[in-house]
Write a protein that binds this ligand. Structure first.
Ligand code: ZN
Ligand code: ZN
Length: 239
């Protein structure tokens, strides 16, 4: 069984990403990825009220968002044999936690507290990921600091933690033997060069989700450019 090249944390123009869903599929497909998840932000109501609405998928458009991802998933499979999981980044900037739901089926409110949110993710057959538990932005804020402050309590409640996010590698998550994956947190083309996940499993959604949950055949790799497959996809747009 081959290792699958995976990235489970990608933003598009549905929130604050620079590329459309179609452009993301084209970029990852021609590079040779096997599995991607598109995870646009859904922002908590307190932050929306404070005036950050431009980069959140609105609840009333969430169905439209999912439909676009289902259609893109079909095209990704037809054109590239690449699996696309519809996802979301539940972005609570009021209480400070960012949580990915992968293979999500319905809207989930980012206003939920962490434990009911994880229950809802599980109820939908989706996978939960604690995002960038250590990252600090340029103003020194840690957008997921709540998760790390309570990591002992939450450790095994999440299906996985991001042990790496883009250029940052969080060794403590690995040292504590949490389930882990690594993602690009893709917002623009240069973010393709970043930490990624390798999984050894069949290339279908249930097998990929189970591989994250069991976390046995998982590895990290730092993608530095060029086609991933030996037979080489044409990559006219690669920098
Ligand atoms: Zn985030
Ligand atoms: Zn993100």
């Amino acid at each position: 069984m081959d290792w699958l090249f995976c990235d489970f944390h990608i933003h598009t123009t549905w929130s604050d990403g620079a590329l459309s869903v179609a452009e993301v599929v084209e970029l990852y497909g021609r590079t040779g990825f096997d599995v991607i998840a598109i995870t646009d932000h859904v922002l908590d109501s307190g932050s929306l009220a404070a005036g950050e609405p431009h980069w959140s998928v609105p609840e009333e458009r969430f169905g439209e968002y999912l439909h676009e991802l289902w259609e893109a998933a079909r095209l990704a499979w037809e054109r590239w044999h690449m699996l696309l999981l519809p996802g979301m980044e539940l972005t609570n900037n009021t209480s400070r936690y960012h949580i990915l739901a992968l293979d999500v089926k319905e809207f989930i409110s980012p206003d939920l507290e962490v434990e009911p949110m994880l229950c809802e993710i599980r109820r939908q057959g989706a996978v939960s990921v604690a995002c960038h538990p250590f990252v600090r932005n340029h103003s020194g804020e840690s957008p997921s600091e709540h998760l790390w402050q309570h990591h002992e309590r939450y450790a095994s409640m999440f299906d996985a933690w991001e042990v790496a996010n883009r250029d940052d590698l969080f060794n403590v998550v690995g040292l504590k033997k949490f389930n882990y994956i690594a993602n690009s947190d893709f917002h623009e083309e240069k973010h393709l060069r970043s930490w990624k996940t390798l999984l050894r499993c069949d290339g279908n959604a249930e097998a990929v989700k189970q591989a994250i949950r069991t976390n046995a055949a998982v590895s990290l790799f730092l993608y530095r450019g060029g086609p991933l497959r030996g037979d080489g996809f044409p990559s006219p747009g690669m920098p």
